[in-house]
Design a binder for this molecule. Structure first.
Ligand code: NAG
Ligand code: NAG
Length: 230
C-alpha cells in the first residue's frame, strides 16, 4: 500500500509540472470497475454539487468538503471551486420545490448561479431538478452497493486526488463551456434552446445520458471516498 501511494504521489508531482491528469483510477484499479470516462461521469454528478446534496450521502458534509464545483460566478478568475457551496435556497415558501423555483428566479439575469448567461429560466429549472434527481438516483441505486462493498483506501486516494485524476479538469471543462452555451453532457454536442416538446425530447435524452448503472457507480464510489475526509 505504501509503495502504491508513493507511486501515486510521484505521478502527482509530475502532474504538477505538466498540468495534465497523470493518474488514471480506472486503469490503475480495474477490479473497482470504474468507467474509462469516470472523469466525465463523476464531474457531471458533482459540477453543481451543494453541501445539502452531499448531506444526502453523509450527514457530516460541511462547507469544507473537497468536492470541486463550477464557480457560481462562471466569469470569475477561478472557474472551479475546491469545495461545493451551500445551495442558498430560502424558506419564504412552504415546500422545497417552490423555494428552489424562488431561488432560481431571484438570481435570473445576474448569471451568477453557476450556469452562466446562456440558460433560459426553464432551462435553469430543468438543470437544478435534474441534478437533484441524479443525486437521489445515485443514492437509491449504486450507493447501497458501494456501502456494502466499499472501495479500498488506495482507490479512495486515487479518486480523491481530483487535481491529478482528471476529475477537476472535467469540472473545469463544464465551467468553461457554460461561458458559451448550455452543455448537458461532456461530449461537446450542440443542443437546441428548450422552447418546445421537440427540443425537450433532445434535452430529455441528454439529461438521461449519465443515468447508467456504470455512471451511478462511478459517482457513488467517488462520493464515498471523498466523504472519508469530512
Ligand atoms: C484511463 O485509461 C483507459 C485505458 O487506457 C482509457 O481508455 C481511459 O480513457 C483513461 N481514462 C482517463 C480518465 O484518463
Ligand atoms: C476525460 O478523460 C479522457 C481520457 O483522458 C479525455 O480524453 C477527456 O477529454 C476527458 N474529459 C474531460 C471533459 O476532461
Amino acid at each position: 500500500m505504501d509503495l502504491l501511494l508513493a507511486a501515486l504521489f510521484c505521478t502527482s508531482i509530475v502532474g504538477l509540472s505538466t498540468a495534465k491528469p497523470t493518474v488514471n483510477c480506472s486503469s490503475t484499479f480495474p477490479s473497482t470497475k470504474l468507467s474509462p470516462n469516470y472523469n466525465e461521469t463523476i464531474a457531471h454528478a458533482i459540477h453543481s454539487m451543494t453541501v445539502e446534496g452531499l448531506k444526502l450521502f453523509n450527514i457530516k458534509a460541511s462547507e469544507i468538503n473537497f468536492v470541486p464545483t463550477v464557480n457560481q460566478d462562471v466569469f470569475s478568475d477561478k472557474p472551479v471551486l475546491e469545495h461545493a457551496p451551500k445551495d442558498g435556497f430560502g424558506n419564504d415558501f412552504h415546500t422545497s420545490t417552490m423555494n428552489v423555483i424562488d431561488r432560481i428566479l431571484s438570481t435570473l439575469g445576474n448569471s451568477k448561479d453557476g450556469l452562466g448567461p446562456h440558460w433560459s429560466a426553464i432551462e435553469r429549472v430543468a438543470h437544478v431538478f435534474h441534478m437533484q434527481d441524479l443525486w437521489e438516483r445515485i443514492k437509491a441505486t449504486e450507493w447501497p452497493n458501494v456501502l456494502k462493498t466499499p472501495p479500498s483506501d488506495e482507490v479512495c486516494t486515487c479518486l480523491s486526488s481530483v487535481d491529478f485524476n482528471g476529475i477537476k479538469d472535467a469540472v473545469g471543462w463544464v465551467a468553461n463551456h457554460y461561458k458559451t452555451g448550455t452543455p448537458i453532457t461532456l461530449l461537446n454536442r450542440p443542443i437546441p434552446k428548450l422552447t418546445d416538446a421537440t427540443a425537450w425530447s433532445v434535452w430529455k435524452n441528454r439529461l438521461l445520458h449519465y443515468y447508467t448503472p456504470e455512471a451511478m457507480r462511478d459517482a457513488a464510489n467517488y462520493l464515498y471516498c471523498v466523504s472519508k475526509f469530512w
